[in-house]
Design a protein around this ligand. Structure first.
Ligand SMILES: Nc1nc2c(ncn2[C@@H]2O[C@H](COP(=O)(O)OP(=O)(O)OP(=O)(O)O)[C@@H](O)[C@H]2O)c(=O)[nH]1
Ligand SMILES: [Mg+2]
Length: 462
């Protein structure tokens, strides 16, 4: 980290402003050499003060030609993004002008940064922990307001603080045991009391709660998958188009129109959804349809929410119920019965038997756009009910979840050890392993491989 890195921090292409970032010990010197506040000056500019905005010009490295009129912001470390000396140059955003300025900076001795290297430096300089670094990527990739809300709170250190609290509890416990191991003659022999058992139980419960939060809410990042299914011609594609408010799926009066599943993203009230229109399920000899139906079944299995369509004049069959109930029984899955085409035959709607009254039902007309707002509201209510958004401010990601599972496993050893009056040395190892598992989340004990896999997913310049 003793070299100086530079990169264009804004997306490729033309725009109002493009930002070039320099970070490292030579950042100020390089900027001073290339920057001047006067159009005709060619000796550079000394005396850059931290956290001020300078207007001026970037010259080529021979200080002859002006490359662009810019704003230059020097930030002395540690009060900067990377905690090193950083200079940000706001130039006009065009591929050539930004590339030319960057080339001049590289000529002066900076190195082109790797993806995520600025954030990696912020982490290695301990300005942020690993959960905050990951949150930076989550903010950039947020697909909805709610995903952004969680990412922003994680970026402020919400998850870091909670994990550190758990680690500290275990570290204090470990210290207590290690005193006994190191100075057996000076202290009373360690006798596990209810307090220690409760401490382990407490940490265990918190880890399990985080795992549950991941399972309940990870869909906020990827989008909640809604599969529309039902018999041919019930209006699945019409409903898909109504939900999306665009003609995405082909609609015809011919049964068997949709073959391949059609996927599209949709945002309802800030929550991201992925809607999948599928082939109508029925008995057929048509090979293409058979494949489409198999794919439809896969999408029902993979969905978080299933919209099961029926039309007036038909009845729910036992097999349909069995299928729906088996979908409902799968963890976290939900089904809504949607009766479409109510404009056709209002008096003769399929009825749910007593046994299935708990499954939500809604009547709509995709053709006349009736009941669509109510259906969207039902979808949102069902998904929000799964996730008490007010309760938690963080959603652990898959990497965190795996580390938490590891911590739970180690803590279970500790718990059993305490109950069976296990030797202190063994207890200490299990506690240490639990502490390390939690440490991989915040980065205290994360391996180089983990760091690489996290930062390689960033863009260059972040
Ligand atoms: N009257 C009426 N007709 C509808 C309604 N919704 C869809 N339709 C008509 O029903 C026919 C089939 O609609 P689609 O949306 O293609 O039905 P689908 O379920 O996707 O059909 P497949 O892809 O063949 O399985 C079309 O002629 C639509 O115009 C509705 O609410 N009322
Ligand atoms: Mg269709």
């Amino acid at each position: 980290m003793d070299d100086t890195i530079a990169a264009i921090a804004t997306p490729f292409g033309s725009g109002g402003i493009g930002v070039i970032r320099i970070s490292g010990p030579k950042a100020f010197d390089i900027a001073s050499t290339l920057f001047s506040r006067r159009k005709n000056r060619s000796e550079g500019f000394t005396g850059l003060e931290s956290h001020r905005v300078y207007d001026g010009y970037i010259f080529d490295s021979k200080n002859r030609d002006i490359r662009d009129e810019v704003l230059l912001i020097p930030m002395k470390g540690p009060c900067s993004y990377t905690a090193e000396d950083v200079v940000e140059i706001q130039a006009h955003a065009g591929p050539i002008v930004l590339r030319t300025i960057l080339d001049e900076i590289l000529t002066q001795g900076a190195r082109l940064s790797e993806p995520g290297e600025f954030t990696k430096r912020a982490f290695l300089n301990q300005r942020i922990d690993l959960t905050q670094a990951e949150a930076v990527a989550d903010i950039i990739n947020a697909k909805s307001v709610s995903a952004l809300k969680f990412a922003a709170s994680q970026n402020l250190g919400a998850l870091k603080r909670q994990i550190q609290e758990l680690r500290e509890k275990l570290i204090q416990f470990l210290a207590l045991i290690e005193v006994n191991i190191d100075f057996p003659d000076d202290v009373e022999p360690f006798e596990p009391s209810q307090t220690e058992i409760e401490l382990v139980d407490d940490v265990l419960e918190k880890c399990r709660e985080f795992i549950r939060q991941h399972e309940d809410a990870c869909f906020l990042k990827e989008g909640i998958r809604i599969t529309i299914c039902g018999a041919p011609n019930v209006g699945k594609s019409s409903l898909m188009n109504r939900l999306l408010e665009q003609d995405r799926s082909i609609v015809t009066a011919i049964p068997g129109t949709t073959r391949d599943p059609i996927e599209e993203g949709l945002n309802i009230e800030g929550i991201p959804f992925v809607i999948i229109d599928t082939a109508g399920i029925h008995q057929t000899d048509d090979l293409v349809e058979i494949i489409g139906i198999e794919k439809a079944k896969d999408h029902i299995t993979a969905a978080d929410l299933v919209l099961f369509l029926k039309e007036p004049g038909t009845h729910f069959t036992d097999r349909e119920f069995e299928k729906v109930v088996s979908v409902e029984n799968q963890l976290g899955k939900k089904v809504i019965f949607v009766i479409n085409k109510i404009d056709l035959n209002e008096g003769n709607l399929p009825e749910l038997s007593e046994k299935y009254q708990h499954i939500p039902k809604i009547e709509i007309s995709a053709l006349l756009n009736k009941g669509i707002i109510e259906l969207k509201q039902k979808i949102v209510n069902i998904c929000i009910a799964r996730l008490d958004m007010g309760k938690s401010s963080v959603i652990p990601n898959l990497r965190h979840k795996k580390a938490l599972e590891q911590a739970v496993e180690n803590l279970m050893f500790v718990k059993t050890g305490l109950k069976q009056s296990q030797e202190e040395e063994i207890l200490a190892i299990d506690i240490k392993n639990s502490i390390d598992s939690l440490g991989t989340i915040t980065g205290e004990t994360a391996s180089l491989d983990i760091l690489d896999s996290i930062f390689n997913n960033f863009c260059i310049g972040k």
